[in-house]
Design a protein around this ligand. Structure first.
Ligand SMILES: [Zn+2]
Length: 112
């Protein structure tokens, strides 16, 4: 079954393996058991810090129906650089746009 993510990308799930096709037609392979992805962002950045790339995030949002817990991550560590390393700068901007977090004096704060 073909799934469409909110960003207009698509993926097909075969057990724990996901074939992810981006809007720009890049194809990545995601392993949902190990939460690894074949994209450069995962291999060169996220893998080193135990993070997940935006592809894994998008698939998780569809499969589990919920987003990773960004807010409790920030409550534990409010360094924006670490957030971007673990997730993405797009996600940071999205949460700021939604008014869920703010940046103050170079640190992140969750809006309660
Ligand atoms: Zn990826």
């Amino acid at each position: 079954m073909k799934h469409k993510t909110k960003n207009g990308n698509t993926f097909i799930q075969n057990g724990s393996i996901i074939d992810f096709v981006s809007k720009s037609k890049n194809v990545y392979s995601i392993n949902m058991k190990s939460l690894t992805c074949s994209c450069p962002d995962y291999r060169f950045r996220k893998a080193k810090v135990g993070g997940i790339c935006k592809h894994i995030q998008e698939v998780l949002e569809i499969i589990t129906g919920e987003e990773p817990d960004f807010k409790s991550f920030i409550q534990k560590d409010n360094d924006p650089i670490k957030f971007i390393d673990k997730f993405s700068d797009e996600k940071l901007e999205e949460l700021k746009m939604k008014g869920e977090i703010i940046e103050r004096k170079g640190k992140l704060e969750v809006v309660e």
